[in-house]
Design a protein around this ligand. Structure first.
Ligand SMILES: Nc1nc2c(c(=O)[nH]1)N[C@H]1C(S)=C(S)[C@@H](COP(=O)(O)OP(=O)(O)OC[C@H]3O[C@@H](n4cnc5c(N)ncnc54)[C@H](O)[C@@H]3O)O[C@H]1N2
Ligand code: MOO
Length: 340
């Protein structure tokens, strides 16, 4: 239990929170550390900081102090490939121990945060994270909490698992099929292949090659089968995705008998994107915008493919809200709302 006492009477007692000193333009920080045993010399200092009364700790078996509580919360919430740190100022940070895709059990996190005085804030789910990146912070609303509330949270996590985990990216094999008579016939230089290769380099993927096809359905289908035989996990087809008579890429994908997840997504740039699966291989038809804009639908989809997830139609339909890129002067994706 916390008890307020006059500073003059607090000598020998344990300070229950950090005491902050602010001198404008000079200093802002901790003057006294939580846990400090107050001495006679501290009394005038505390009075100068404007503290005539302070909280001291009076032990009560039903209460847990904020640091211990933060640690218990963080431990309960820590899932696969996540580590939690010793609390500082009543907060324990959860960090990813790998590069990968951060996943959140949204309903569980909401249930946890519905317990009074509990607060866990995290990155949004399906966020690409680096090794060592902060993914969540756990703290209680100060300065102490009843053991029963913490136990409730621990029980939820025992029953439903942790609300957070990070999925490591798999090492996938991919092929690129570049379509367009202008590229095939050498009228222009291919600019799409390098963009795709650069995006995939982030995931440390293995490139099985690039096939350049003219706008002919049969040739594109053969190129798809070529990569299927080479056991590609992922085939990316570029160009020919929209409305001209020469745009035959969607027809070629359908022509292989692949099952189509979607043709068209509520995302700009990326409207004319196609996603399909053929014998377990993911096929992606990427429209011309994927070559032009820094961030498109492809950047939202790739991390989930590399995390080993199977994508369905509802994943794409949910992208409408937040699917409109603002084309910021400096793109900070994934630190933005796009495709969440
Ligand atoms: N009336 C409509 N017009 C457009 C629509 C629509 O719905 N109705 N959709 C638009 C969208 S969205 C996109 S994105 C673009 C492009 O779609 P495509 O994937 O069909 O792109 P292409 O026509 O094949 O090429 C567009 C442009 O880019 C050049 N290109 C293509 N591939 C390469 C490459 N590998 N290297 C260099 N340059 C390349 C190509 O020469 C064209 O200039 O359609 C909108 N239009
Ligand atoms: O497929 Mo287009 O992507 O929206 O510019």
């Amino acid at each position: 239990m916390l008890k307020s006492v006059r500073v003059e009477e607090a000598v020998g007692m344990v300070l229950c929170q950090d005491v902050t000193r602010i001198v404008p333009g000079e200093f802002k920080g901790r003057a006294f550390k939580k846990g400090h045993i107050i001495s006679k010399e501290d009394v005038p200092e505390l009075l100068k900081l404007g503290k005539e009364h302070i909280y001291v700790w009076q032990s009560d078996p039903g209460d847990v102090h904020e640091d211990d509580a933060a640690m218990r919360l963080a431990r309960a919430a820590t899932g696969e490939n996540i580590a939690c740190e010793e609390p500082r100022e009543g907060k324990s940070s959860l960090k990813s121990t790998v590069k990968g895709l951060f996943k959140v059990n949204t309903s569980l996190l909401q249930e946890i945060n519905s317990v009074e005085d509990i607060s866990i804030a995290s990155l949004p789910g399906d966020f690409m994270v680096e090794c060592g990146q902060n993914v969540a912070g756990a703290r209680i609303i100060p300065l102490m909490i009843s053991d029963s509330k913490l136990s409730r949270v621990e029980e939820m996590c025992r029953e439903q698992g942790s609300p957070f985990m990070v999925k490591r990216y798999k090492r996938l094999r991919f092929g690129i099929i570049t379509t367009g008579s202008e590229v095939y016939k050498g009228r222009i230089k291919d600019k799409f292949g390098p963009v795709i290769k650069e995006k995939l380099a982030y995931f440390d993927a293995e490139c099985l090659g690039q096939i350049i096809c003219t706008d002919d359905q049969g040739s594109i289908e053969s190129a798809i089968w070529n990569f299927i035989e080479k056991k590609a996990d992922l085939i990316i087809l570029t160009g020919g995705m929209s409305v001209d008579p020469d745009d035959v890429t969607p027809a070629a994908i359908r022509g292989t008998g692949a099952s189509i997840v979607t043709y068209g997504v509520p995302v700009q740039p990326g409207n004319m994107f196609m996603m399909a699966y053929l014998q377990g291989t993911a096929l992606m038809g990427v429209p011309g915008c994927g070559m032009y804009y820094r961030t498109t639908i492809l950047d939202a989809v790739l991390p989930r493919i590399f995390a080993g997830e199977l994508l369905d139609k509802s994943y794409f339909t949910a992208m409408g809200e937040g699917g409109l890129c603002s084309h910021c002067e400096t793109c900070r994706y994934p630190n933005c709302y796009f495709c969440r």
